[in-house]
Ligand binder design. Structure first.
Ligand SMILES: C[S@@+](CC[C@H](N)C(=O)[O-])C[C@H]1O[C@@H](n2cnc3c(N)ncnc32)[C@H](O)[C@@H]1O
Length: 199
């Protein structure tokens, strides 16, 4: 484990050096471009959004907090070694325990891309994680889900997740649609929900 953490830290340092040259090493696939060039910039422009949580960190997401320079961005990742790719603040935690780390009604948006079906797999864990995310969202807060509707990643499709039942359908930031398939090859879908306003 220390070896993995060291490897990720070294990779993060090297990537950080390259990033500073202005040449961000990143995936060029359409699903990533949509997230990085449309969705996150739209959130950054939205004056109603102040604080966000990005769940799941990898070498290719290390620059995501930097795409939201006007916002308070925290990251969460279950693998301690991947803290090297997280932002500041970064929370090492299982999303199922999100309410132990993030205050209720405190977030304007939770971006949960590539976590469902990528470690967050069991129905009970999915329910706990998404119910917790809902608790942490302010009324009107956005839950953006990215998932792969392809085996073995789609054992818990969103329409089977009770924790999302109380959420309203919303448009994906920057787009006029609630859901879309962003990449055919791996059936990477984005779907947006909003926590209902109180009252
Ligand atoms: C495929 S990567 C996706 C990373 C990133 N969110 C993205 O946009 O692609 C999945 C990451 O989610 C993390 N993960 C899986 N289950 C998790 C959980 N229950 N809580 C927090 N992180 C989790 C994994 O450790 C892994 O780093």
């Amino acid at each position: 484990m220390p070896a993995k953490a060291d490897l990720y830290r070294t990779a993060a340092r090297m990537l950080g050096t390259i990033d500073k040259s202005g040449w961000i090493l990143r995936y060029r696939y359409g699903d990533r471009r949509l997230l990085e060039d449309v969705v996150l910039p739209a959130l950054n422009r939205d004056p109603a959004v102040e604080s966000l949580l990005l769940v799941g960190c990898a070498w290719y997401t290390r620059h995501y907090p930097g795409l939201l320079p006007r916002k308070r961005v925290m990251t969460m990742e279950i693998d301690p070694a991947k803290a090297a790719f997280g932002g500041d603040p970064h929370i090492v935690a299982n999303m199922t325990n999100i309410t132990e780390h993030v205050a209720a009604n405190s977030l304007d948006a939770v971006i949960c891309n590539g976590v469902l079906g990528w470690g967050l797999d069991e129905p009970d864990a999915v329910e706990a994680a998404f119910a917790g995310a809902t608790t942490c969202l302010k009324p009107g807060g956005l839950f953006l889900l990215g998932w792969n509707d392809i085996s073995p990643r789609n054992n818990c499709p969103p329409d089977t997740i009770a924790a999302l039942d109380g959420m309203e359908i919303a448009d994906i930031p920057g787009l006029d649609t609630h859901s879309l398939i962003a990449l055919e090859r791996n059936q990477h879908c984005y779907q947006a929900y909003r926590k209902p306003d109180e009252g």
